[in-house]
Write a protein that binds this ligand. Structure first.
Ligand code: GDP
Ligand code: MN
Length: 383
């Protein structure tokens, strides 16, 4: 689960990482009220899960109530790389002397945690990575040993952090590591990590990805999940216990087994289609699961055709065929369906489906022919 900045800051604060005082606001008036309460100057920040908000006009300083109102108005509703801003974070503005970058993440290839630190933090960090990679110092941390203070001090020197910030940054990295480990995160990133004119080291931004598999250890995460305004299709799918990932294409896909679902995505792409989702309906593939799956896919206006690709191993194709028919009846589909069924009882399944076939319900013998047919329908744009 990716956290919004304001959630990331709540999470940081639990681990003693200094962040600015602030609050969320979903309307202009709320934003002004928060600004008045915490005191000017404030910074008003778009809460969207995408980087580069600053450059896109999603982060603005306000010196007084008028400016707060103007900026809140311009940022709410803003489209930042396809993410519409519905929520603001308003915090007391900090004075900045230097902007650094700090993060911990897992480097799977090295089988170690990786700490990255740079004295060249801020909105141009991507450019630094490209043009001056040596400006980013790296430290691998063995998960069994944890971070060592002397190694952190060396890293801070190597990164070119100002002498006056050294102790503050080392302490920050120790806290950030604790927060990353004890908090079960896959990524914690602070950019910018600032040095203030009065010598404090402070987190101005927060990017946190939590390890969903550790959710059972963290009942406190449910607040974060509740506030996620992620993909509406994914929220619906989650509520139905489906293994679903939303994508941008126009071919809705239902397959059984993650491997088959992924291969189906590949084949659809290969024949010139584009997948609207990944959906593994698992071993069940009965009428209930099928109806849930169709309902989720049907909620996506981009979907022009649904491709059902089932291999009957343990599951019997005739059960699936009956499930599909019942599910269609229940959901009231407007989208054409292409079906490919193979494996246990496939001939019986075809017999069950045959009386229902039309140009909106098509049976294809192979995965490739089904994918081609689906892509053809999707690309023609007929709904
Ligand atoms: P991002 O662009 O999405 O990474 O958003 P950030 O939260 O990192 O903000 C972008 C930039 O806005 C920072 O690099 C700072 O230069 C600036 N900024 C953010 N908060 C403050 C603040 O409190 N005071 C000042 N002076 N600048 C800020
Ligand atoms: Mn940032």
């Amino acid at each position: 689960m990716d956290l919004f900045e304001y959630q990331g800051k709540q999470y940081f604060a639990r681990y003693g990482i200094p962040v600015s005082d602030g609050d969320v606001a979903d309307t202009v008036e709320d934003a002004v009220a928060v600004a008045n309460r915490i005191g000017y100057p404030v910074v008003i920040k778009a809460q969207v899960q995408v980087g580069g908000r600053g450059k896109a006009g999603g982060v603005k300083l306000a010196a007084n109530e008028d400016e707060a109102r103007t900026h809140a108005t311009s940022i709410l509703g803003l489209d930042i790389k396809g993410h519409i801003v519905h929520r603001l974070w308003v915090e007391h503005a900090s004075d900045i002397k230097r902007e650094y970058y700090a993060s911990f993440t897992l480097d799977r290839a090295e089988k170690a945690h990786l700490c990255m630190l740079s004295a060249k933090g801020g909105v141009d960090i991507e450019q630094v990575v490209e043009e001056d990679p040596a400006a980013i110092a790296r430290l691998y941390v063995n998960p069994i040993d944890g971070v060592d203070r002397q190694e952190l001090e060396r890293l801070v020197d190597e990164a070119g952090i100002d002498a006056e910030a050294k102790t503050g940054v080392v302490e920050m990295l120790e806290k950030l590591y604790r927060c990353y480990i004890d908090g079960d995160a896959d990524l914690v990133e602070i950019n910018p990590l600032i040095l203030t004119p009065d010598g404090r080291v402070h987190a101005l931004d927060a990017k946190v990805t939590l390890d969903d598999d550790a959710a059972f250890r963290h009942p406190e995460w449910s607040d974060f999940a509740y506030d996620q305004d992620g993909d509406a299709r994914e929220t619906l799918a989650r509520s139905k216990g489906l293994n679903y990932v939303g994508l941008d294409g126009s071919v809705g896909i239902i397959a059984n087994g993650a491997g088959l679902a992924m291969s189906t995505l590949d084949v659809v792409n290969q024949v010139g289609g584009s997948a609207a989702n990944f959906l593994d309906c698992g071993g069940g593939a009965n009428a209930d699961v099928m109806a849930d799956a169709l309902e989720v896919i049907n909620s996506d206006p981009r979907v022009r055709v649904i491709l059902i690709n089932i291999f009957g191993g343990i599951v019997r194709c005739d059960d699936v065929a009956n499930g599909v028919l019942l599910a269609i009846e229940r959901v009231g589909l407007s989208t054409p369906i292409v079906i490919r069924l193979d494996g246990t009882n496939a001939p019986l399944a075809r017999e069950i489906l045959t009386p229902h076939l039309s140009d909106r319900m098509i049976l294809e013998p192979t995965m490739i022919s089904a994918a081609k047919r689906a892509a053809e329908i999707a690309n023609k744009g007929s709904k």
